[in-house]
Design a protein around this ligand. Structure first.
Ligand code: CDP
Ligand code: MG
Length: 733
């Protein structure tokens, strides 16, 4: 079978075709234990001479970064201005160097307050902290540390802290003027994540208050410095928002990149990626390949395919090593991406848009861009948030292209036509304009910002989406009729979880099943506790059968954990049963932390319902009542909110089953609307779980079908629906 993706004529990869062999040869495992000695040296064990040598090496590395030539000018500008916008090509050294410059120039210190650097993604925060700890020759967690959800390596000694934007938002809850920091660096600002956008408004306000208090003679209150960093060129907009802040442009180093488009649209992007990878591998000179894919599923499938087909390469050919990269990947595997490829091997890195701007991978010469990304979006048709496959924007496409020209000239293969490229949006729509705002609104209210309609947004979300968020929080019981945070809402804001999850967790007290609910939430917080090697799918699915609970995935997870505890986490047992030992361990750490949060609100985290497991599912419904679907006479399931046909994901314990109703964790749209994390429920449980949502259930009980179209009659709705009459009411939110 011969397959080929046709790129434009001058494409070197077009000259030959890559032939798929029909016979399978055994996949030879590549042994490459060579560590990246250059950067992974354990500084603790170095002799003095080695220490000095390594320090010099690090400094020499720093000095050759494009940003270093502008060091003095940057420091001068940071000294003179309270807010600075820094724009610069990915890889120029913004994220790793600017925090060090700030400390070296005495603009931040342990006494004055340190530097917080936000990242939209936890992988990036962890990775960057490790890198900067190495560059400063200090132990991670001392001078340089990171804080991400459920993992904190910072200490009172920490001066440079990398943290996710979500964690900085949480810190505002306990330190409302963020006094522990002298400088806040909001990095990757162009990504416009929901949380970064919220931080823009909050930090701007905090800066103003601190300046006022400082001017009033509050010597103990230092003015706050703000640095906004971004890789794309919308600097004026950021500057305007931050009172015409000074803009610094860091010139990057970018070699020419040839850009190729496909001649025809590609029906199957995964197949097109696979073929392109091998076309490049067979025909093009050395250099690693970076493939941008929309999500973990696609990355895992393609990793398996590349490994399978690369085993068929002729012995004299260069080897091909597939390295996946996505947020949920265990750190040990992430490292593979950064380590140099073993001898006579080309690396192909399969990544989500993590590698677009936040992480720099050395050695990339070829980029394959499938043109898609998975974006969080609110689907008004079905009334719930879901992950949707979406064409990327032009600016994302250029960022992806740029990754091929970091160290030398490169080539970018776009798996879409030039016409399709012209149709792309210029920029990605900010998350705040497209996703569910319930969590954001809860955080704003918890930090004392009541008037969420008037908040200082860089891009104002639509009033309808804010109203919807208020409705959802009202249905969850987090806010009262007046829009004020309820006691439950205050408790919900304490947990580092989405409002739906924190509601379920807190309600578990009433249902007497906190032990089970906390365990399940923790297990859901990690990627997957099951381990499915691509060459042993059948055995893995067979092994999984013994854990399956007839009521679905939530209780199946619990079964796994119970068995895991019985064998005391035995590693051999995990291997035999295809259980991901590492992920269970992470989940148990998460569990410990959630238990500590429970203690903070005086909640008993040990209540258990024993064998009465219905209570657990009823409890999940108190948060997930909108993520429910009911069986139709023809055997399909229709969502309660929005009457959308949904299919149970084949990986679910409920796949192929017919039950009265289902509750699910998430809805993913690929070719169909799939629901994942599914359990069986009874429709009679719905009004009890969310009386405010299903408030007219009683009167409709005679005609059960109609229950499925809840008529939401919120008292606050009439108050806050946009209309002239009610303008005055807005000020209370
Ligand atoms: O933020 P920006 O994209 O401008 O660059 P950076 O993240 O500060 O990275 C600057 C350089 O440091 C990269 O080009 C890499 O060569 C290097 N680096 C690294 O070797 N390992 C890391 N974990 C991070 C950066
Ligand atoms: Mg950066």
């Amino acid at each position: 079978m011969k397959r080929v993706v046709n790129f434009q004529e001058n494409d070197p990869a077009n000259e030959a075709e890559w032939q798929f062999k029909d016979t399978k040869t055994e996949n030879k495992k590549q042994k490459h234990n060579k560590k990246n000695e250059k950067f992974n040296a354990k500084t603790k064990r170095l002799s003095h001479a080695d220490f000095v040598k390594k320090k010099e090496e690090m400094l020499a590395f720093r000095k050759q970064l494009p940003i270093y030539t502008g060091r003095d000018a940057i420091i001068q500008c940071l000294k003179e201005n309270d807010t600075v916008i820094v724009m610069g090509e990915t890889g120029s050294g913004k994220t790793t160097q600017i925090p060090q410059f700030l400390v070296e120039a005495g603009l931040a210190s342990k006494d004055m307050g340190g530097v917080a650097v936000t990242q939209p993604r936890r992988v990036a925060a962890v990775n960057l902290a490790k890198r900067v700890a190495e560059e400063t020759m200090t132990r991670l967690g001392s001078k340089v540390g990171y804080t991400v959800r459920f993992d904190d390596t910072s200490s009172p000694q920490t001066i440079i802290k990398y943290l996710t934007d979500g964690m900085l938002l949480r810190e505002i809850l306990s330190d409302e003027l963020l006094l522990r920091y002298k400088v806040i660096v909001l990095d990757e600002a162009h990504e416009r994540t929901l949380r970064t956008d919220m931080l823009f408004g909050m930090i701007k306000k905090i800066q103003k208050i601190r300046l006022e208090k400082h001017a009033e003679g509050g010597e103990s209150i230092q003015p706050l410095k703000i640095v906004i960093m971004s890789a794309t060129l919308d600097a004026e907009k950021f500057s305007e928002f931050f009172n015409n802040a000074k803009i610094l442009y860091v010139s990057g180093r970018l070699y020419p990149v040839d850009t190729m488009f496909t001649v025809e649209p590609q029906a199957d992007y995964l197949d097109a990626c696979l073929v392109s990878i091998f076309q490049i591998h067979i025909n093009n000179p050395r250099g690693d390949i970076l493939v941008f894919l929309p999500g973990q599923d696609a990355i895992e499938s393609l990793t398996a395919l590349v490994s399978e087909y690369s085993a068929q390469l002729r012995p004299q050919q260069q080897r091909l090593l597939a390295c996946p990269l996505f947020a949920a990947l265990p750190p040990s595997q992430q490292q593979k991406v950064f380590d140099p490829a073993p001898e006579n091997t080309r690396k192909v890195i399969l990544s989500t848009n993590i590698a677009e701007t936040s992480i720099t991978i050395p050695g990339i010469k070829y980029v394959i861009d499938c043109g898609l990304a998975k974006l969080r979006g609110f689907n008004p048709k079905i009334g719930v948030e879901s992950l949707l496959l979406h064409p990327i924007s032009k600016s994302s496409a250029w960022q992806r292209t740029g990754r091929a020209g970091r160290e030398a000239a490169g080539v970018c293969y776009r798996l879409y036509t030039e016409g399709a490229f012209r149709e792309l949006e210029d920029d990605t729509v900010p998350e705040i304009r497209r996703c569910n705002l319930a969590s954001a609104v809860l955080s704003l209210k918890a930090t004392g910002i009541n008037n969420i309609l008037e908040f200082d947004y860089m891009d104002r979300p639509s009033r309808a989406s804010l109203v919807r968020a208020l409705e959802e929080l009202y249905a969850l019981g987090a806010i009262d009729d007046k829009g004020d945070l309820s006691d439950l809402g205050k408790q919900m804001a304490e947990f580092p979880l989405d409002p739906t999850y924190s509601k379920v967790l807190i309600q578990s007290k009433e249902y007497g099943c906190s032990l089970e609910v906390i365990a399940i939430i923790s297990l859901l917080s990690v990627d997957s506790i099951f381990f499915t090697p691509s060459d042993k799918r059948e055995q893995a699915s067979e092994a999984r059968k013994k854990f399956l609970h007839p009521d679905g995935d939530h209780l199946t997870l619990l079964n796994v954990l119970k068995s895991y505890w019985e064998v005391k986490g035995d590693i051999e047992w995990c291997k035999e049963n295809f259980i991901n030992n590492r992920n269970i361990k992470i989940a148990l750490e998460v569990r410990d932390q959630l238990v500590r949060f429970c203690e903070r609100i005086d909640m008993n985290a040990n209540s258990t319902c024993g064998s009465d497991t219905d209570n657990i599912l009823k409890c999940f419904l108190t948060g997930f009542f909108q993520n429910t679907a009911l069986l139709q006479p023809d055997g399909s399931y229709k969502s309660v909110a929005g009457s959308q046909l949904v299919k149970i994901h084949p990986g679910s314990a409920m796949f192929g089953k017919r039950v009265e109703g289902i509750v699910y964790n998430e809805l993913v749209f690929t070719t169909k609307h799939y629901v994942r994390g599914v359990s069986a429920i009874q429709s009679a449980w719905l009004p009890l779980a969310a009386p405010k949502y299903f408030n007219n259930f009683q009167q409709q009980q005679q005609t059960p079908q109609r229950i499925f179209h809840p008529q939401v009659a919120y008292p606050i709705m009439s108050n806050i629906m946009p209309s002239e009459r009610t303008q005055g009411v807005f000020s209370t939110y």
